[in-house]
Design a protein around this ligand. Structure first.
Ligand code: PGA
Length: 256
């Protein structure tokens, strides 16, 4: 399978931004700007409390709605958590798992990332699994080891059949929200490593069909050259996804 036959996915990660009323208008604005842009899948991952209005506002458009986290247990005494079934019934199609901010600030480990990924897949959600090295790891020359290890641990126990619902987002932590973007060559190098690791874990078909996104200060100015790389099949966009015009330009860059 060639790059051209892989699904390109441009996903926004709103993080802790947008109240429900702001979400409603941002989705409507974004949907109008990306209407008919069918060269990629367009996803917006919104805060939990925005899901209901976001799903409603996205109805009949080509914008899909995602969540930003999911708990691994099906239900029970887990105050403050949200289950995969709750997301699914609310109209959510995608969920981000293992974002570096969850790993950094909320004690997320590869073990919990793996558990969340498995629970989300079992429920029928598509998972945007985030991984990437921190600056010290890049400087120490161990980026390959780190992302390989994360890929293996985060995908542990996930059967090949479920890999069609997995998207991996390579997000170098030093590039997130910093304005520092990985160069297209740096992004390509690591996305290709991830694909090789997935090939080793599964097989060539699974690896070649896998959508691998780049994330970390992707914007309307740098998206085209990142997306042109052989192993970069989309983007996970934070800051720029909050501005519909900017996000729509990234969607435009993915149409080629
Ligand atoms: P950024 O965030 O685009 O603001 O760097 C990306 C992300 O955290 O997914």
């Amino acid at each position: 399978m060639k790059k051209e036959s892989r699904k390109v996915i441009i996903a926004g990660n709103w993080k802790m931004n947008m109240t429900p009323s702001a979400a409603k208008s941002a989705i409507a604005e974004t949907a109008a700007l990306v209407a008919g842009k069918n060269g990629c899948e367009v996803v917006l991952c919104v805060p939990f409390v925005d899901i209901a209005v976001a799903v409603e506002a996205a109805k009949g458009t080509n914008v899909k709605i995602g969540a930003q986290n999911v708990h691994f247990e099906k239900k029970g005494a887990f105050t403050g958590e949200i289950s995969a079934d709750m997301l699914l019934e609310s109209g959510v199609e995608y969920v981000i798992v293992g974002h570096s901010e969850r790993r950094q600030y909320f004690g997320e480990t590869d073990e919990t990332v793996n558990k969340r990924t498995r629970a989300a897949l079992d429920a029928g959600l598509k998972v945007i699994l985030c991984l990437g090295e921190v600056l010290e790891e890049r400087q120490a020359g161990i980026t390959e080891e780190i992302v390989s290890m994360q890929t293996k641990l985060d995908l542990a126990g996930i059967p090949a059949e479920q890999m069609k619902d997995v998207i991996i987002a390579y997000e170098p932590v030093w590039a997130i929200g910093t304005g520092l973007t990985a160069t297209p060559d740096q992004a390509e190098e690591v996305c290709a490593i991830i694909r090789r690791v997935v090939c080793g874990l599964y097989n060539n078909d699974v690896a070649e069909a896998l959508t691998i996104q780049y994330g970390g200060s992707m914007n309307d100015a740098n998206a085209a050259e990142l997306l042109a790389k052989l192993d970069v099949d989309g983007g996970l966009i934070g800051g720029a996804s909050l501005v519909p015009e900017k996000f729509a330009k990234i969607v435009d860059a993915a149409q080629a």
